[in-house]
Structure formats: C-alpha cells, structure tokens
Design a protein around this ligand. Structure first.
Ligand SMILES: *Cc1c(COP(=O)(O)O)cnc(C)c1O
Length: 471
C-alpha cells in the first residue's frame, strides 16, 4: 500500500526510489531532468519522480503523497486527471493522434480563445517559448524595426533574444542577486552562454514597474522599437504584479511610438481570470495589447500555446503574409481537445474557487511566518502568489527587490513542507499555483504543515542573524 503523506511533523524523508531513478536519469540526460528547475538545484536534495496525479494530489514513485502547489507550473487549473478532460482526450486519441492537416478542434479552441480575449486572430503553436519567439518575429516584421524591450525578471521562454535578465530559471541557476537592476545599458548581455551577442544586441532590459525608465528609453529610441514584451503580471521572479495603471501606461507609450505591446500571458492567461490578466486590468481600463501570447492552461496539460492579436498584424503571417512561421505538431488534435475541454470547464465558479483558495492560503502563510518571527513579504497577482523570505518590507516591485530575498530561508521552508507532503515550487523565484481541485482537505493539509516549515525558516533565519551558520 502506498504510504499516506506523513502527519508526523517534519519527519525527514528518504526518497529511495526517486534517488535511484535520478541516478539513472543523470546517466542519459544532462542533470537528470528535461527542464532545469526540476533538478532541485536551488533547494538541494533529491528531486521527486512523480508517478501519478489526482485532483490536488501527486504521488511519487516512493508512494508518498503531496498536495501539489505547482500544478505543472500553471496549466492544471482543474487539477490532475480531471475526468471530463480525460474522457475527451481518450476519444481524440481513439481517432488518431496527429494528421498534419487542419482539424475541427483547433478551430474550436481558437474560437474559444478569441471569444475570451481582446485578440482578433490567433495562431496555435506548441510551447510558450515558440509563442513569444513568433510574436517578436511578427512584431519586427510588421514594424520593420529591430529593437525589443523587456523587463528584468520577466521570463518569456528560452528565446535567444529574450534570455537577458530573464527571471526564475536563470536566477535559480545562479542564485545570486548579481542579475539585479540594470536597464541603463544601451544593449543587453546574454543571460546564458550560447546566445550570440548579436542576438541580444537589439534587446533592451528595463527595471519592472519603472515608468521613468520606459519614458526615457522611448524618448531616446522610440522610432527603433519594434515591441515591448512584458509578462502581463510577472510570476517568474516570484509574483511581482504591475502597479495600478502600469500595463495601460505601456500600451499608451507603445501606441504613441508606433511600437507593439506584446503581453505575455503564457502563465496568467485563462488562469487569473476567464480573460487572464487582461480581464483584471485592460478590460476595465479600456486598452488592449497589440499581441498576446498564451500557453500553459490553454493546453490543458498538453503541449499547446498560441499568439494572437490585431488582425492587421496577424495578416503579416505566412501563408497570407511574408513573416514565416510554422509547426509540424501545431494545433495537434489531442492537445487542442484537452485545451478546449479545459477552457470550457473553466467557468466563473472555477475562478471564484481558485481565487478564494489562494486568498485563504496566502493569508495563512503570511500569518504563520509572522508568528514564527520570519521577515517576509507575501505577494499576490490574482490567484497566483509567492513569498519573499528575509525581506522586511514590501512591496517587491522589481527584480532587484525580488533578488534581495534570502533563498536559504526558502530552502529550509521548502524541505519542511516537502517532508510533510506539500509540493512547493523548488525555487524561491516561482509562483505558487492552485486549482479547482484544491478543496478544504488539501488546503487544511497545507496549512497544517505550515507551523513546522515556518519554524524551520525561523531557525535558518536565526543562524543568519546570529552569524552562526553558513548555509
Ligand atoms: C512558462 C512561460 C513561458 C514559456 O513557456 P514554455 O511552454 O515553457 O516554453 C513564456 N512566458 C511566460 C510568462 C511563462 O510563464
């Protein structure tokens, strides 16, 4: 019988079967993983190999259960193995898995996306990386300009031109604050070896939430700027929401200079509301981005993503227009069926539930950390939230401030939660995600684990402040 998640407070756990798989994996795959954050480098210890998921729960290969607070990094808005999504997917698979021709489900998914958002046309692709890469090519093709503006701490996939000060993955990799504020440089420095200087030469990186920096840059170089790409509400440096009116200001500034605003909603799209982050600001404020990128939730746990926007801009894409873009598995019938089923089930009730669960949990995390005497800032962007440990006062409004957190405290907190059957993001620079399946039982389990984890963070904090320990 699989062992139930431990109720013994913070009993150290030895993940024997995961450890054996991790050893095997490292022989055939660099670092043993297919996406770096999964390797636990930022928190140490053995990554857990998961065997199954159901609702709010994951079960690993050692038979231990965890309440899942990453939900596949956002996609699983309905939780694991939703029966209705599974049934639709099974039907789709029975009809064959890919034809390389147009299909009905990709049209229906595109219609659903267009109906929920301010975009007029959408092109489906297979990953968020592809979506932002293609959106930038399209913006450059449409404007005939080359410069791309991004914000430090925002991640847009591993696109060469956007791997400059790109938030969580790279921040986790280095775990230093040296990536902090820049933004005054004329050109950017690639965030990783392998990106030619030429690829980021036309990328300018600015500090997030900094209107003056945006104004200065557009005043100087407005006529060279093809697009400004921003996370609609950043979740890749921890959760650092836009200050009120910031996205509207970006839309207005871009419009004034003939540049396109590319709003990256790969994480927030269809997650923080029916209409994503745009539903929380743009829909009320009366502006719209020129292009939006989507991924994660819209794939329902399969590889599917999209970019879309103004019809006149999208008309530049091949086959109708000159800007080339393509994909063998783009609009795959199984993936689009899963995405469509997920979006159709993502009703107002689902969003209300996830919002309430996130509000309850984030408040509990803050209260327990306060009680344990750990300095912290808990920040929410819609129903995504994260915690910055060791930061005395908020708001954390940019990547420099996010990088001032003490990741050693998070490491202690993370492992205490993991040992008690709660799967948090294995990096302090990531958002926590909930789903419609996170019911009271799951939330109570997480909340029950908080005191021991806050004590572990407090002990780590004492070590730092008394200068006693080297972590
Ligand atoms: C996850 C993410 C991406 C990249 O999506 P992939 O499917 O991992 O390539 C791009 N932008 C944002 C905001 C994301 O959160």
């Amino acid at each position: 019988m699989p062992e139930q998640s431990s109720v013994v407070p913070h009993a150290p756990v030895v993940p024997e079967v995961s450890a054996a798989w991790f050893e095997r994996a490292q022989r055939v795959t660099p670092g043993g993983v297919n996406s770096p954050v999964r390797a636990f480098n930022a928190v140490g210890g053995t990554p857990r190999f998961m065997a199954s998921g159901e609702g709010a729960w994951l079960t690993d290969v050692d038979g231990r259960r965890y309440v899942d607070l990453i939900c596949s990094w956002g996609p699983l808005l309905l939780g694991h193995a939703h029966p209705e999504v599974q049934a639709r997917v099974a039907e789709a698979v029975a009809r064959g898995t890919s034809y390389g021709t147009p299909t009905r489900s990709e049209v229906e998914l595109a219609e659903e996306i267009v109906a929920r958002t301010p975009i007029e046309q959408v092109r489906l692709v297979s990953s968020g990386t592809e979506a932002t890469m293609s959106a930038i090519r399209l913006a450059r093709g449409f404007t005939g300009r080359e410069v791309v503006v991004k914000f430090a701490g925002c991640y847009h996939g591993h696109v060469d031109a956007l791997l400059a000060e790109a938030g969580s993955g790279l921040a986790t990799l280095r775990d230093t604050s040296s990536l902090g504020s820049s933004g005054r440089r004329a050109t950017s420095v690639a965030g990783t070896p392998g990106v030619p200087a030429a690829s980021v030469e036309a990328t300018v990186v600015l500090p997030y939430n900094d209107r003056a920096a945006v104004e200065r840059l557009f005043a100087e170089r407005g006529s060279e700027i093809a697009c400004l790409v921003t996370e609609a509400s950043p979740g890749n440096m921890g959760v650092v929401p836009p200050e009120p009116g910031f996205n509207a200001f970006l839309a207005e500034t871009c419009a004034r200079h003939g540049a396109l605003l590319v709003s990256d909603e790969v994480m927030t799209g269809f997650r923080v509301s029916r209409q994503g982050q745009w539903g929380l600001d743009g829909a009320h404020e009366g502006w719209r981005p020129d292009l939006i990128t989507f991924g994660k939730v819209m794939g329902g746990g399969f590889p599917a993503a999209a970019f879309g926007g103004r019809a006149d801009v999208m008309a530049m894409l091949s086959p109708g227009g000159p800007v080339y873009q393509a994909g063998t598995l783009a609009g795959n019938p199984v993936a689009t069926t899963a995405g469509l089923a997920t979006l159709r089930l993502a009703t107002d009730e689902v969003y209300a539930h996830v919002d309430a669960a996130a509000a309850r949990l984030s408040a509990e995390v803050g209260a327990r950390l306060t009680r344990a005497g750990v300095p912290h800032v808990v920040q929410s962007g819609g129903n995504m939230f994260s915690v910055f440990l060791g930061v005395e006062t908020g708001p954390v409004r940019d990547f420099a401030a996010a990088s001032a957190q003490d990741t050693g405290l998070y490491r202690a907190f993370f492992h205490a939660m993991l040992d008690q059957g709660v799967y948090l993001p294995p990096s302090a620079f990531e958002a926590w995600f909930l789903s419609a399946a996170h019911d009271d039982e799951a939330l109570d389990h997480v909340i029950g684990a908080l005191p021991a984890a806050c004590d572990a963070a407090a002990a780590a904090y004492d070590e730092v402040t008394t200068g006693g320990g080297q972590r």
